[in-house]
Design a protein around this ligand. Structure first.
Ligand code: DGJ
Length: 691
């Protein structure tokens, strides 16, 4: 049973296969965290101590590890909820009302002592993934509005000091740069204030007690929200570490009218004592099985880097034919097909097919693509408008702006105020109309600038994203076979909020195969490989100016869902042969890559090898990369993981075929020696039948 309750003591235990998360209602009526860690089946062992104030400066509220601290009373620490009542009262005092259990979810009901404001703490157990999900709802049963100034989705307590905190930093072209820092006294604050998305931090926390890849305690949680989030990690003076995640309170306020309810985004959180690998597996499996659609992702060709804005039907058809010849299954025409879009400063908002570029209409391209049994995808940036567009002329009041200010352009465009009903309707209708008129299988949804000059309403930061989710959900409901890619100037919209709604992430505009290894490595800690779009593009790379052999570029992109973004019309015969061979190989292993378990393998040599493994039932694939070789290096030995000890595996790599037991491969390992800069190889493993 997942949820166990000691009714006399009001102790609640949420159990997954290997973990327990326990809290209780204490003598003050506060919801107090008791435990988060390895599974403890016997709830009777838990007890709740009576907390005494340490001194007048350390009141009970300060030392109580509360599940959901509110702003009010003798609380000076970070709270999760601050509201302002109509009469000027700016604090909360809640009491515990009761609980209810439905299947695997628990609801803890709290209510303000004076005002009829319900605060409901929701918990859902995802037993087999060792994850719990939590969110909060507020219901205003009073007859006046209440202003919500801050609302986080939850607080977690970890009974240790000196933990390590991990997240990513980054910027456009260099997303997902993982960093680790010691948690000391004071606070660590990560956030996004940009509204649309951010490349700077990601809405999750990883806190570990000197864990390694396969050992050690890790506590983690990811927020299901794109847009403005923030997270606080604090080692308190009382011997513990707390962490909170939720909607960023920066410039935020929400009017909760009489009778209204508000639901926060959820946090999906977990604990493991088996290191980062187990954390990733639990999150990946949850993402793949519970959030993403079944089925393998197609090999995509995207024409952006080949043609940029210089789109012509003729050229796109040539690219599509060549893409088909090489083995692509989905052809995506990127930016530049619509309105008067010849560069960044026009077209956005005018979503009609450009007649100059498609004199016989878009169907000429679509029909050609379909006649080759390929799927067809198309680019949109629905949240944006160019000042020169017809849409802006007709609706200048549809952008984010203050009446007395001039709106900033960025990339030559404004952001549409998607929090307005009429704008939401316009965006939905535009896309619905396109999907109803044309045979489209895939939408790449882009967003290339942050919000500025927002709006007089301070809830738009949240509402914009919720309306965006609503639009995509509704479109998918009506156009069931259409897949949606979340892109925001590259990898700016990678989060569990997007994953619940979209199908693919565009990981980064940086398609340099070497830089991508680092980006993909960091990405893999939290997000499933199946959602990680990776393209092979031309060299020298437009950002890094690096020249990397085509094979290495393919191998790096084959680690996710493969895409080709090259100008394939310029391929030499030799390049075409390599592309065909590797696309073919990808198709034969993609079920292992997209649906298998992912392992970040250890490199034991002093050479900079990057080593990754994928395992699905009795098949495995290992990718090895050596970006820079050193004279006289002796290769590396890599220990594989997750195999069956007593079974034999056929191992094919570097022109050799060997047969070894799982035990040998996981303990001795595989000797891999690559030579030359940017060398790489794929190792294929399959369990032999005769053992
Ligand atoms: C930014 C995206 O990340 C690119 O892939 C491309 O779609 C451009 N926008 C098009 O403007």
């Amino acid at each position: 049973m997942g949820i166990i309750i000691n009714k006399e003591e009001n102790i609640f235990s949420l159990n997954t296969t290997n973990t327990s998360y326990v809290f209780a209602v204490d003598n003050e009526g506060l919801i107090r965290s008791l435990y988060w860690g390895n599974k403890i089946k016997n709830i009777e062992d838990f007890y709740i101590t009576k907390l005494e104030e340490v001194s007048t400066n350390d009141p009970v509220y300060e030392i109580t590890p509360e599940e959901f601290p509110v702003c009010g009373g003798l609380r000076y620490k970070e709270h999760c909820l601050k509201v302002n009542f109509n009469d000027g009262t700016r604090e909360l005092k809640y009491k515990y009302i009761g609980y209810s259990v439905v299947n695997n979810s628990l609801l803890i009901k709290l209510r303000d002592e004076h005002y009829d404001l319900e605060i409901n703490l929701h918990y859902i157990i995802h037993e087999k993934y060792d994850l719990i999900e939590r969110y909060v709802t507020l219901r205003n049963n009073t007859d006046t509005s209440i202003e919500v100034e801050k609302i986080y989705s939850g607080q977690f307590h970890i009974p240790y000091e000196n933990l390590n905190f991990r997240n990513v930093h980054g910027h456009w072209g260099a997303e997902q740069q993982m960093f680790t820092q010691k948690v000391g006294y004071g606070k660590i604050y990560i956030e996004n204030r940009r509204g649309i998305s951010t490349h700077n931090h990601n809405p999750y926390f990883i806190l570990d007690k000197d864990a390694k890849e396969t050992s050690g305690e890790v506590f983690f949680g990811a927020l299901k929200l794109s847009g403005n989030f923030s997270g606080i990690v604090e080692q308190t003076p009382y011997g513990e570490t707390l962490v909170q995640l939720g909607i960023n309170p920066h410039d935020f306020a929400l009017e909760l009218k009489a009778g209204e309810e508000f639901k926060t985004p959820a946090i999906i959180a977990g604990y493991t004592n088996e290191g980062f690998e187990k954390m990733s597996h639990n999150l990946h499996n949850y993402g793949k099985n519970e959030l993403m659609r079944d089925g393998l992702r197609d090999v995509l060709y995207n024409s952006w880097e080949a043609t940029e804005f210089k789109v012509s039907c003729e050229e796109q058809i040539k690219l599509a034919r060549k893409a088909k010849e090489l083995g692509a299954e989905l052809f995506v025409v990127d930016d530049g097909w619509f309105g008067e879009r010849d560069g960044i400063d026009n077209g956005l908002g005018d979503w009609y097919v450009n007649e100059r570029k498609f004199p016989k209409g878009l169907n000429q391209l679509i029909d050609e693509v379909k006649s080759m049994s390929m799927k067809f995808g198309i680019w949109f940036e629905p949240e944006m408008v160019n000042p020169k567009s017809k849409l802006y002329k007709d609706h200048p009041d549809w952008i984010y702006n203050f009446k007395t200010r001039e709106a900033d352009t960025s990339r030559g465009q404004y952001v549409l105020n998607l929090s307005k009903d009429e704008v939401k309707e316009f965006v939905y209708n535009t896309l619905d109309n396109m999907l109803s008129t044309y045979d489209i299988d895939y939408i790449k949804w882009d967003a290339n600038r942050p919000i500025s000059q927002s709006d007089v309403r301070r809830d738009i930061w949240y509402k914009h994203i919720q309306n965006l989710y609503d639009i995509v959900r509704k479109l998918k409901e009506k156009h069931k076979n259409v897949y949606f890619e979340a892109c925001a100037s590259g990898g700016g919209r990678i989060d569990y909020g997007s994953l619940e709604v979209f199908d693919d992430f565009w990981t980064s505009d940086n398609t340099d195969a070497y830089d991508r290894l680092k980006i993909q490595d960091s990405y893999s800690y939290i997000y499933p490989i199946k959602a990680m779009r990776a393209w092979v593009t031309d060299c020298p790379n437009f950002l890094s100016k690096r020249n990397i052999p085509l094979r290495f570029r393919f191998h790096s992109a084959m680690m996710g869902t493969l895409g080709i973004g090259c100008n394939i019309l310029k391929y030499t015969k030799e390049e075409e042969e390599i592309a065909k061979e590797l696309i073919d190989e990808y198709k034969s292993i993609r079920h292992i890559i997209q649906e298998g378990d992912f392992y970040r393998l250890e490199n034991t040599s002093s050479n900079d090898y990057y080593l990754y493994q994928y395992l699905k039932e009795d098949e495995a694939v290992v990718f090895a990369f050596l970006p820079q070789s050193k004279i006289g290096h002796r290769g590396t030995r890599v220990k594989l993981r997750g195999l069956e000890e007593n079974k034999k595996y056929k191992v094919e790599y570097l022109n050799q075929v060997i047969e070894k037991t799982g035990e040998y491969l996981m303990n001795y390992g595989l000797d891999i020696k690559l030579s030359g800069d940017y060398s790489s190889c794929i190792v294929r493993l399959s369990r032999t039948l005769n053992y």
